[in-house]
Design a protein around this ligand. Structure first.
Ligand code: HEC
Ligand code: HEC
Ligand code: HEC
Ligand code: HEC
Length: 504
């Protein structure tokens, strides 16, 4: 089990022998292991549309349990928007978003979260919404009243001070609290929600050891970064993965050395890019001959310095006898194990939301047809005259896009239905419940050819769009939901015998 953390790091192939502080038996137990998640944004799981979706609270739960089975005490912290992904939620979405937030809070509670520093979108919700979410959990939400809040925790032999900093709070109000924690804590961790600059300012406060930074809202996880004496820590967003930081504390108050292989890999990557860039430039300058000799020498010296820096990265790890931290990024791809109990809660949640929306939106109609609008009729109405096209469509993914949702209790889910049906929220089209008795479910003919009521009734009199420009496809095939989309390639799959080509 010695190297289990790196074994779990599925996308980073890190050696587990280097860099990690070692005792005589090979691996030393960390003083504390901090699991952190940033900018979760109310995501219970990814949509499932992309080629390798990352995330899922059931996968996160499985990882947290693995960590808890290890020898070190685990402290699980969250920072940044945790329960909501936007400050102002459309009125129709409030109920669904609140239900997700409550389910999430309950599941996190089961994972024994030590504390959360909610972000700006969380804080912007009306108090009755927040109270309901809070009621689903027992863990503290930090700095909800004042600008800063100090929470004292015990983890093994270590006394932790967790300092929550309200977004936008001035650093002058943080300082006294850090000083206050100085006397009776071994490790001081600040939780912030803001820009890298905000986090740097908190990290620069004397006495802060670690800063967990929410609010970056970036997909890319960030390896530990220096901020004064402290280290900034971060973990992607939307629960795509978690950052685990093993803290080895030998002497209170001493600065920590980052021994993470992750950081070395990142540093090597960054330096290699700089090196190849500079080498290319120097070669070009040498060839052109019109660069001043002194300037060229200066660039060669810069190259030598970078090469030296690069060698240090490959060289022996820093000494092991002082305070050290070792951070790992654990992404949560589809193949990562899930926690069955949490998965069951999620599936129950899907059913509850589906049932609630079906009833709540039962009378929701699409905008009415304007004087120049053409109505939708559904794909079956095309079948009589375009039999080959219709038969083909039935076998294509578009022809069963709704079943994909039904199989998951998501067909009434406001986050899903829009792209898996036809004419969503268009005049005379569909809504989450209204689909002309299922005529408009799936990505039907009219998703691409436009509303066809007039053409289907009188094809001699009324034409219909033949070509479908890329702009139509990307309304659904956007980056978040179709990462591999390529118009030419995807179009080829549609233009087939019976549909665009003579029946073969
Ligand atoms: C009553 C028969 C009939 C029905 C129903 C019908 N079509 Fe057509 N469709 C035609 C005829 C006829 C043409 C013209 C063929 C031609 O010009 O070669 C046509 C042409 C088309 C074209 C090619 C347009 C072009 O400019 O080349 C598309 C696309 C099309 N139909 C889609 C649909 C869709 C989608 C539906 C269902 C909403 C539908 N049709 C329903 C008879 C029908
Ligand atoms: C209304 C939304 C929507 C529009 C518009 C749309 N698609 Fe799709 N497309 C989907 C959905 C949803 C799926 C997945 C359905 C499923 O499997 O449940 C899909 C699947 C596909 C697939 C199958 C991909 C695979 O991996 O098998 C292809 C190919 C495709 N679309 C091409 C296109 C092209 C090209 C266009 C534009 C000409 C287009 N789509 C327009 C929603 C849309
Ligand atoms: C913005 C449009 C959009 C939204 C919103 C959307 N989807 Fe999709 N979905 C797509 C597209 C496009 C594809 C096909 C992607 C591809 O193959 O490139 C797809 C594919 C899928 C697939 C894969 C189908 C298969 O058989 O491989 C699943 C599952 C899925 N979606 C579920 C969902 C769920 C659940 C939600 C809500 C949480 C959702 N989708 C929301 C557009 C969307
Ligand atoms: C995802 C988008 C999409 C969907 C869904 C779709 N089509 Fe098309 N259709 C196209 C494209 C793209 C072409 C090819 C245009 C061209 O380049 O000629 C096409 C061509 C056609 C044509 C004219 C070429 C021919 O074969 O005569 C007809 C008719 C047609 N489609 C009917 C249908 C019908 C009927 C359905 C539903 C059963 C349907 N299409 C579903 C995108 C779509």
């Amino acid at each position: 089990m010695r190297c289990f953390l790196t074994v779990l790091a599925l996308s980073l192939s890190l050696g587990c022998s280097r860099g990690k502080p070692k005792g005589s038996d090979g691996a030393e137990t960390p003083s504390v292991r901090i699991a952190l998640v940033t900018d979760l944004k109310g995501y219970l799981e990814p949509c499932g549309c992309t080629s390798d979706p990352l995330g899922g609270i059931d996968r996160l739960a499985a990882q947290i349990r693995v960590l808890r089975d290890g020898p070190a005490p685990v402290v699980f912290l969250l920072a940044g928007d945790t329960f909501f992904d936007e400050a102002r939620i459309e009125p129709v979405r409030v109920d669904q978003a609140s239900r997700s937030a409550k389910t999430l809070a309950g599941i996190l509670d089961g994972l024994q979260v030590a504390a959360v520093l909610p972000g700006r979108s969380d804080r912007a919700q009306p108090s009755e919404t927040l109270d309901a979410v809070k009621a689903a959990s027992d863990f503290p939400w930090l700095a909800m009243q004042g600008d800063v809040e100090l929470l004292r925790l015990k983890a093994g032999d270590l006394r932790l001070a967790v300092i929550g900093v309200r977004p936008g709070a001035d650093r002058s109000v943080v300082k006294p609290l850090v000083a206050q924690a100085e006397a009776d804590s071994d490790l001081k961790i600040a939780l912030v929600d803001g820009s890298r600059r905000d986090a740097n300012r908190i990290g620069a406060i004397d006495g802060v050891d670690l800063v967990i930074q929410g609010g970056l809202d970036e997909d890319a996880p960030v390896s530990p970064r220096e901020a004064g004496r402290a280290w900034l820590l971060h973990a992607s967003r939307q629960g795509q993965g978690l950052t685990v930081v093993d803290v080895y504390q030998k002497r209170k108050g001493e600065a920590f050395v980052d021994r993470s292989d992750w950081s070395r890999v990142e540093a090597a990557r960054r330096l290699d890019a700089q090196l190849s860039d500079l080498r290319g430039k120097i070669a070009a300058w040498e060839k052109s001959g019109d660069v001043d000799a002194a300037d060229l020498d200066a660039q060669r010296a810069r190259l030598a310095a970078l090469e030296k820096e690069r060698q240090v990265v490959d060289g022996p790890a820093p000494p092991t006898d002082g305070n050290a931290l070792y951070a790992t990024w654990i992404p949560l791809p589809k193949k990562a194990p899930t926690d069955p109990a949490v998965e069951a809660l999620m599936r129950r949640h899907d059913k509850v939301v589906n049932d609630a929306n079906r009833i709540a939106f039962a009378s929701l109609k699409p905008p009415p047809l304007g004087p120049n609008d053409i109505g939708y009729v559904g794909s079956a109405a095309c079948s009589g005259c375009h039999q080959p096209a219709y038969s083909w469509w039935g076998t294509h993914a578009h022809g069963h896009a709704y079943r994909t949702l039904q199989g998951r209790n998501k067909e009434y889910n406001l986050d899903c239905v829009g792209c898996h049906v036809t004419g969503y929220e268009q005049p005379g089209g569909s809504t989450v419940t209204h689909n002309l008795d299922l005529a408009l479910v799936n990505v039907g003919c009219e998703s691409c050819h436009g509303p066809g009521a007039a053409h289907a009734k009188d094809p001699e009199e009324f034409g219909i769009l033949r070509d479908t420009p890329e702009s139509t496809c990307v309304q659904c095939h956007n980056a978040q939901h179709s990462d591999l989309f390529d118009y030419e390639r995807y179009l080829k799959a549609l233009v087939v015998p019976g549909h665009g080509l003579p029946p073969g």
